[in-house]
Design a protein around this ligand. Sequence first.
Ligand code: A3P
Length: 295
Amino acid sequence: TSQFKSPQITEWRGYRIGPPFCASSVQWQFNNWRPTEKDVLVASYPKTGTTWLTNIVRNIIYFDHIEILEMLKSVTPIHTYIEGGTPMNFELMQKLPWNRKIWGTHLPAKLVNMKRLKENGCKVLYIIRNPNDQLLSWFKMSKTFPFNHNKVTDQFYPTEWNSFFETFVNGMQPLLSKEGEWYPDHILSYYPYRNDDNVLFVVFENLKTNTKEEIGRIAEFLGVQRTEEEINHIVQLSSFKSMKESAARFYEELKFFREGEVADWKNHFTVAQSELMDEKFNEKLSRIDIKFIYE
Ligand code: A3P
């Protein structure tokens, strides 16, 4: 898209919107997207396990339809993210033969029409991950971004770890952020909806250690009956190894499957960096009931 060729920062409702997204798409989905109770939206901050959770949802819903699961492997965020949602994308998805559409978004809740989604019964899954692993994963991915680097992108994505760290903890995020807002604010934006019937919070680290139980919980939320045997099979299909091996090239090129572990941050953060992260997150999230799992 043109956002890759000459990346620009645009703005809507005070949010800075950077490549690969652009304000007109963000605005378009907010005003025009009308999902139904059959739709599922996987919402997240980047690098928190979005692709993994999306794959689990796909496997739960289409377990009996291998041909659809195969086809979905080449359906990437470019097609399914609502903020990439030009009218053409939505029309294309509508034409595809599967019954329940699975969408994605990195938008903060304030830029998603949460009220309409609730009224229409669209299911929303929100995944969170400890912010240290998130930040490291984001740094590693930023090196693979396919845009032509320019002054705009370089100020946001320094190629050296310490500068990247500084930039990000100071809230300099081009992608879908308000000045000074970053990951903790994204969590805060979804937090008020966590007990709504159409919303389910999922924790990356719990998915890692309690995969089977978590998949069962997600299936129940989606209103899909799966036997224990089927759930065991879905555990295998959504393992890091199996997903990495069968992923389309898009995912490989952008480092969507890097380590898939908890606590890799310990190999990269200095003590001071880890303390600063704790401080920043405690400051913003002290009043809410979310405890990250760091190891
Ligand atoms: P790492 O870079 O730490 O390895 P997203 O899909 O939101 O971009 O998140 C990407 C992160 O999820 C990457 O983290 C990736 O390796 C991890 N991931 C993807 N699939 C996974 C799986 N099946 N099991 C565990 N982690 C997975």
